[in-house]
Ligand binder design. Structure first.
Ligand code: GLP
Length: 238
């Protein structure tokens, strides 16, 4: 079932999200965290950094990664995860995994990543943001609800949305490796953060519209434990 919480501020949103995440991780003997990049989860990571002492020894898996950026590129999700999550939260970098966007055979890297998640016992709490078009990770509209980790092509809209992080729009990679919607759905709990009016339509469609590959985030309706934390107008369509 989906529990929706509207927070008065990004701070309150982060505090509530951290409560939801820590409570669920504490219940697991060998906790595994699913890590999302993007601006949406930052209020959560800020609170988890403040409460780093409460964090158990974690293993972690990032949702996605650009294909083809040179190793160490500051906008590669491997680097973003290191800067925004691993270091502030004091996680053990050797236990945090990101899909290999530099692999010579990316489809093989995708399959290997699935295997790594399975070997870790699956993801306990998957942190999520949502794209303005309803994408989860890099699962764009049209992604099968049972899709697995794979190579995907980014839509023009997603490349535009992410162009702000690159010197010029042409520098945004065209492809990525992403956990599939089926992979995300298998996490024991999902915690999604969204803020701002530009997410309102996607949130309303995901939570109250039909469950369809055209709205990847509508898979939330199929999951038994979802917490959605909204602020800053993302709740406007509900
Ligand atoms: C990106 C990421 C997603 C993220 C989304 C929204 O393309 N691949 O995982 O949830 O877009 O990003 P933001 O939170 O910055 O709005």
């Amino acid at each position: 079932s989906v529990q929706v919480l509207v927070a008065a501020s990004a701070l309150d949103q982060g505090v509530a999200a951290a409560d939801a995440v820590l409570e669920r991780l504490a219940a697991r003997a060998r906790p595994v965290l699913g890590i999302a990049t993007g601006s949406s989860p930052l209020p959560l990571y800020e609170q988890l950094a403040r409460r780093a002492r409460e964090l158990p020894q974690l293993r972690g898996f990032a949702l996605d990664e650009y294909l083809g950026l040179p190793a160490g590129h500051p906008q590669s999700y491997r680097e973003v995860v290191r800067r925004e999550v691993v270091e502030p939260l004091g996680l053990d970098p050797a236990r945090i995994h990101v899909p290999d966007g530099g692999a010579p055979d990316p489809e093989h890297a995708a399959a290997a990543y699935e295997e790594l998640i399975r070997a870790a016992g699956g993801i306990d709490v998957q942190v999520l943001g949502i794209g303005g078009n309803g994408h989860l990770a890099f699962n764009e509209p049209g992604s099968a609800l049972d899709s697995r980790t794979r190579v995907v092509e980014l839509t023009a809209g997603t490349r535009e949305a992410n162009a702000r992080f690159f010197p010029s729009p042409g520098d945004v990679p065209t492809h990525a490796l992403t956990q599939g919607l089926g992979t995300i759905r298998e996490a024991r709990s999902l915690v999604l953060l969204a803020s701002g009016p530009q997410k309102a339509d996607a949130i309303a469609a995901a939570l109250t519209g039909p469950v369809t590959p055209e709205m990847p985030a509508s898979l939330l309706q199929l999951h038994p434990d979802v917490t959605v934390l909204l602020t800053g107008g993302a709740e406007a369509g509900l």
